[in-house]
Design a protein. Sequence first.
Length: 133
Amino acid sequence: MNPTVKDPFQKKLEVRNWIGLGVLLTLSLVFMPLNFTLGVLLGGLVSIINFYWLYLSLRKVFRNLTNKAKTALIVRYYIRFAVTGVVLYFVITMTPADVIGLLVGLSVVVMNIIVSAVIEASKYNILKTREVK
């Protein structure tokens, strides 16, 4: 596999992240107050950026599996964790974003991974049952 080419499943996850955020934002705009929608938007952006940052870190480490690379991954993990915490602190304290909306937005990637896993597993099961017959 070419290390510069993204895995098709990774591409699907990234596209579905943005689609999921778009759906949640649309529903939030229609049914919820603007503060809630702002929370969904900011939470979704934080979670998607965090997911992409994790992807880049893991990709870099798996290109060079040494102890130094593993240590660098752990350091990057804590940096990402701290940056995310600082960003969330400022979002909560400095914006009118609703905290529940923020939590909904932060769950975009988690919901997407679950839905994507179910979709892919069901495709696999459908293919397996067709082979058996």
